[in-house]
Design a protein around this ligand. Structure first.
Ligand code: A2P
Length: 333
């Protein structure tokens, strides 16, 4: 079945990746509508060698649209997703607007594909760090329940949007030219620096990104008891998030068992060669869909054999956003 698809936020970092991923995966598209703000109306983008003119997003944009892929920020989703649903479209929303709402499926296809069946027009795509962590941790959790996870992230600038990449590149160019480094949208200089994730810090002391990792994983795993704590950090890397993950299992588990499980896990590639010091790196994770997992070792701080440490890298624009949303759309058609 071929469907009519709209991309909302078609000029953004994730929007542009939607075009690439839909073409690569040969998604059955009858027609494709590209939507963005009035600023972009009249510009065009190429899909399968054809130019498509970008239109301004309005509430009337969705006539005839069957699947609408939204990635234009939470407020745009809140304002326009209801209009898309009213016009008969199924919305796959990459923002955080609906993720934690009851009755809205929050889906990582490798983890809980069955959840899409219960939608009422909107399916939420999880946060990028959550998706990357979930792809690697879920197969382990299924084999031996994870009681507690401690996650530290190393998040690429493009996760903030296309502007994050421009800002890093502008600061790199200024440094190379001996010019003053200008800080625009990030709260601190990102070039030659690392800072706590640029989302608001909530009353519990955790920033929004850290709280998303906890809440969203509980919903996706359908396990409200899993204990997770996170520290989310922005690093001066263009693309692909990395995460250091410490896991406490219910029963003892060995690194070999973890390797065996992950070697068969969908969406995971083991990169774990201590002799060559070859482990997951954002450079290798970029531009592809697998979550690279390595540094798999027994947590020596526990004597009961129930602790494992690992390190993962995944392309947050692809598997962390566009690819995951297109996989959800594939489950729908
Ligand atoms: P535009 O380029 O016209 O501003 P990113 O996450 O990379 O920053 O991209 C955000 C995407 O969301 C862009 O495509 C942007 O379009 C789009 N966008 C932002 N605000 C709106 C809005 N109010 N209406 C429609 N599209 C929007």
């Amino acid at each position: 079945m071929s469907v009519t698809v709209a991309i909302v936020g078609a000029t953004g970092a994730v929007g542009q990746e939607f075009l690439a991923v839909l073409a690569e995966r040969d998604f059955p598209i009858k027609s494709l509508k590209l939507l963005a703000s009035a600023r972009s109306a009249g510009k065009s983008a190429t899909f399968r060698g054809r130019e498509i003119v970008i239109e301004e997003l309005t509430k009337d944009s969705f006539a005839g649209v069957q699947i609408a892929l939204f990635s234009a920020g939470g407020s745009t989703s809140k304002e326009f997703a209801p209009a898309a649903v009213a016009a008969g479209a199924i919305v796959v929303d990459n923002s955080s607007a609906f993720r934690m709402k009851d009755g809205i499926p929050l889906v990582v296809p490798e983890v809980n594909p069955e959840a899409i069946r219960k939608h009422s027009g909107v399916i939420a795509n999880p946060n990028c760090s959550t998706i990357i962590m979930n792809v690697a941790v879920w197969p382990l959790h299924k084999a031996n329940r994870v009681k507690r996870a401690v996650v530290s992230t190393y998040q690429a600038v493009s996760g903030a949007g296309a502007w994050g990449l421009y800002e890093l590149e502008a600061q790199q160019r200024a440094f190379a030219a001996g010019q003053p480094i200008v800080k625009e949208k990030f709260p601190h200089q990102i070039f030659n620096n690392v800072f706590s994730h640029n989302s608001a810090v909530a009353a519990n002391g955790y920033n929004e990104e850290e709280n998303k990792l906890v809440q969203e994983t509980r919903k996706i795993f359908n396990d409200p008891r899993i204990m997770i704590t996170g520290t989310c950090v922005r690093v001066p890397i263009p693309r692909a998030h990395s995460e250091s993950i410490n896991l406490e299992f219910e029963r003892p588990i060995t690194p070999d068992q973890v390797r065996q499980i992950l070697s068969k896990a969908p969406g995971v590639k083991i990169v774990d060669d201590p002799a060559a010091n070859m482990f997951p790196m954002p450079l290798d994770a970029s531009g592809q869909d697998l979550v690279l997992a390595g540094r798999i070792r027994q947590d020596i701080s526990r004597e009961d054999g129930r602790g494992i440490d690992l390190f993962v890298s995944g392309d947050q624009i692809r598997k962390g956003a566009a690819t995951n949303a297109v996989q959800i759309a594939e489950l729908l058609v």
